[in-house]
Write a protein that binds this ligand. Structure first.
Ligand SMILES: NC(=O)c1ccc[n+]([C@@H]2O[C@H](COP(=O)([O-])OP(=O)(O)OC[C@H]3O[C@@H](n4cnc5c(N)ncnc54)[C@H](OP(=O)(O)O)[C@@H]3O)[C@@H](O)[C@H]2O)c1
Length: 363
């Protein structure tokens, strides 16, 4: 029997759509790139030609209303996610939505509830679950490698906001981003730690905005954020996300410490062309960490892959459960419920930073 092909529309024509979603979807044999929406007609036309997409729209509402799609990818600024996702679900579409899922928990929960009620499949696009090392840490933790988890440290560093001439962008304005670095890159850390160790229960936080005057206006969103977290399991964690770290490209490092062993996850997604990352492990018996080889199925598909093919393989891993769930039912992880659970942490961290106190994460 011929493989079913899902007709997918993409909303957003930015660098990110061109780097991640469009090549990733084109590489899937079960997807037909059927429609594309962007506000800039020249850019829209150029990307439609590059990826062979037959139908184009400059208004996302028209793309949704036009029909003929099974699923839509929302690669648009955070402030648009709620309205676009609800409209797509109401039109019967399955939805992949970028992270952070929404501006706040209320919006995120509304999106998840609407999808559940309509029986639509969803995926919150937490890219870094598809890094080989991240997926291997998940397997090791689930197999009991750590023993009882005791504590974790999680950092995500880039240098992008050290450029004082970087102009104002929506990510720097809380009204349209929700939060700054916290939602943009901290959300990935929260998702990974929650995926590996379970829900976060309460947080204490601080954040800072170093360059407020930018070309184009005033930035009010955090450029670095640090917080302590107590997990529902009783384990403790320290998080720091910052775009003010000279020498860092897109660097993530998470240490997990348990009664039997430690695990270290390290990756520079996008800078490491394989998207494999590294896993290191330590035991109480000796000082020092040893590299843990990745199993074959989590290593990059090709040795010496170019940047795009490592990325496309990671894209396949992340989106496989979504398309499988459309075909055969069953859950997707991370879905909108997971996106909302991460959003609950982001809201609690923002409140903790503003009010300088411990805040419970809404369950
Ligand atoms: N998962 C990851 O690792 C990852 C990485 C990067 C980004 N993201 C997420 O992806 C999303 C988009 O980020 P980005 O960097 O691509 O943002 P961006 O560069 O601002 O591009 C967003 C796209 O949405 C379009 N858009 C903006 N306002 C619109 C409106 N009112 N109606 C219709 N389209 C509109 C933009 O069109 P114009 O070009 O006309 O402005 C552009 O095509 C964000 O949620 C971000 O957090 C995730």
């Amino acid at each position: 029997m011929a493989e079913r092909r899902y007709r997918v529309g993409v909303v957003g024509t930015s660098w990110w759509a061109d780097l991640e979603h469009l090549p990733g979807l084109r590489a899937r044999t079960d997807v037909e790139l059927a429609a594309l929406c962007g506000r800039n007609p020249e850019r829209l036309g150029a990307l439609a030609a590059k990826y062979g997409i037959p139908r184009t729209f400059t208004d996302w509402r028209e793309l949704v209303a036009a029909g003929g799609l099974d699923a839509v990818v929302l690669a648009t600024p955070n402030a648009l996610h709620r309205e676009q996702a609800l409209a797509a679900i109401d039109a019967g579409l399955h939805v992949i939505c970028e992270k952070p899922l929404a501006l706040d928990l209320r919006q995120a929960r509304e999106m998840a509830a609407r999808a559940d009620a309509a029986g639509r499949k969803t995926l919150t696009f937490f890219t870094h679950r598809a890094v080989g090392a991240a997926a291997h840490v998940k397997r090791l933790v689930d197999a009991g490698f750590l023993g009882r988890p005791l504590h974790a440290t999680a950092t995500y560093f880039t240098a992008s906001h050290l450029k004082e001439d970087k102009p104002l962008a929506w990510r720097m304005q809380r009204a349209v981003s929700g939060t700054g670095v916290l939602g943009d890159i901290g959300s990935h850390l929260v998702d990974l730690v929650r995926w590996w160790l379970g829900d976060l229960a309460r947080v204490a936080a601080m954040w800072q905005t170093v360059t407020r005057e930018r070309a184009g206006g005033v930035a009010d969103a955090d450029e670095s954020c640090a917080f302590l977290a107590e997990l529902a399991s009783g384990a403790q964690a320290v998080f720091q996300a910052s775009k003010l770290v000279a020498g860092r490209g897109n660097h993530q490092r998470v240490e997990l410490h348990g009664t039997k062993a430690s695990l270290v996850y390290e990756a520079d997604p996008g800078f490491d062309p394989t998207w494999e990352g590294r896993v290191l492990a330590g035991t109480p018996a000796r000082a020092g960490l040893e590299p843990v080889p990745l199993p074959q199925d989590l290593a990059a598909r090709l040795a010496g892959v170019d940047e795009r093919s490592g990325r496309a393989e990671a894209y396949r891993r992340l989106t496989d459960p979504f398309f499988a769930a459309i075909a055969r039912g069953g859950p997707v992880s991370p879905d909108f419920r997971d996106g909302a659970a991460v959003q609950a942490v982001l809201d609690a961290v923002a409140r903790a930073a503003e009010e300088r106190r411990w805040v419970d994460v809404e369950a």
